[in-house]
Design a protein around this ligand. Structure first.
Ligand code: DQA
Length: 143
């Protein structure tokens, strides 16, 4: 089984970026957590991060026929990108949306998720642990 984890803009700044909201763990810590989860479940987990909307669309399209599930944190593009929503719908790969922070408790513009409309589950406000939960969820439904 192969799971693709996609991270959108500014998530490479984890640990530096607004630690009061996103925590003190770094992006490298997130990569370690993904590796540990893959090892624990005996599956392949690939991570892709980009600050560019079109690159995220390209990666979702690339995933067609190559991965069994997608975990996606589109970051700010969550709230704006119909292109990412359409790409997820186009490939029709089971996808889980993750947000590190509790977007529902923040500004009203963060409460709209386009990508989420193409996802079978959303995990928000669980910090980096949310990525582990999302992978485990996909692992269970895909078996
Ligand atoms: C985020 C929430 C978004 O609103 C924000 O733009 C991000 C990160 C999160 O993981 O909590 O960049 O997706």
């Amino acid at each position: 089984m192969k799971i693709l984890v996609i991270n959108g803009p500014n998530l490479n700044m984890l640990g530096i970026r607004e630690p009061g909201i996103y925590g003190k763990s770094s992006f490298a810590d997130l990569l370690n957590l993904l590796e540990a989860t893959a090892r624990e479940l005996g599956i392949e987990v690939e991570q892709y991060q980009s600050n560019h909307e079109g690159d995220l669309v390209d990666k979702i399209q690339w995933a067609y026929g190559k991965v069994d599930g997608i975990v996606i944190n589109p970051a700010a593009y969550t709230h704006t990108s119909v292109a990412i929503l359409d790409a997820l719908k186009a490939v029709s790969i089971p996808a889980v949306e993750v947000h590190i922070s509790d977007v529902d408790a923040r500004e009203s513009f963060r409460q709209i998720s386009y990508a989420g409309l193409a996802c079978c589950k959303t995990i928000k406000g669980h910090g980096l642990e949310g990525y582990r939960e999302a992978i485990v969820y996909l692992f269970q439904i895909l078996q």
